[in-house]
Design a protein around this ligand. Sequence first.
Ligand SMILES: Cc1cc2nc3c(=O)[nH]c(=O)nc-3n(C[C@H](O)[C@H](O)[C@H](O)COP(=O)(O)O)c2cc1C
Length: 294
Amino acid sequence: MRVFGIEFRNPVLLASGVLGISGYLFKRIEKMGAGGIVTKSIGISPRKGYENPTIVELDYGILNAMGLPNPGVDHFLEEIKDLNLSIPLIVSIFGKDSEEFMKIAKKLENYCDALELNLSCPHAENYGMSLGQDKNIVYKITKDVKKTVEIPVIVKLTPNVDDIVKIAIAAERGGADGITAINTLKGMAVSIEMEKPILKNIYGGLSGRCIKPVALRCVYDICRNVKVPVIGVGGITSAEDALEFIMCGASLVEIGTAARDLNVFRRISEGIEKFLRKKNYTLEEITGKITKNI
Ligand SMILES: Cc1cc2nc3c(=O)[nH]c(=O)nc-3n(C[C@H](O)[C@H](O)[C@H](O)COP(=O)(O)O)c2cc1C
């Protein structure tokens, strides 16, 4: 299947950030059947991230405030430059403004298949969500990165806005080749014994099963209003979940929290194929089936 002009062996990709960024790990994920890899978000220089605790395990998902720890683009290039993956590598990037995004994008252009712009992290001051909540900024960053590189540019959106469609349209107008929806929902957790917030950063991003209905609603609304391909992400743990996103119009899906079990890629992509065989459909035929019918 081809999306953004890139060939994918199946529509089930690793979402940004949940696993590490070592080349060894990317090779493992390739072996475990993923259709493609989105890396952890990479910035211009090394960043430690926040102090612990950075993760709270909940019954229905997880809350994280990692603070975008990463080795910086130059070290990261060393990790990926001789990888020779047989599946597409999409590098997620973040920056504080258009100039920073352009610099990072240019350095990575020859070493990956596409870029995913993280305009949506809910717990990093001056980065991420604060940029992605303003449609003018989303338009400008997308447009500037697009004119800097030749590879596809995908924009990842935050659900923490009043109208995600407005932001998706701004990204499309800026020339985005695709939209990824959604990043985590801003949340918090409290320890009543310690009488304080559990996360050092107070706020974190909520992910996992509990956010699926929100993610699905976002994907459905975006797909009805933009023409570029959409990647659905948020709470997907089974083939049935992935098929819901695909029927709402997603061309690809990403697995985040559920990718802590690396068997998830094969389980979901085989489950999708089984469903298609049972119904005698092609993937193209069910993509957006619900969206088109309304
Ligand atoms: C521990 C953790 C770290 C994450 N780091 C990033 C990141 O660096 N960049 C990014 O765009 N999204 C990041 N995300 C968000 C995921 O890519 C995904 O959008 C979100 O978790 C929803 O999908 P899920 O419910 O399948 O986890 C992170 C999520 C988690 C749980």
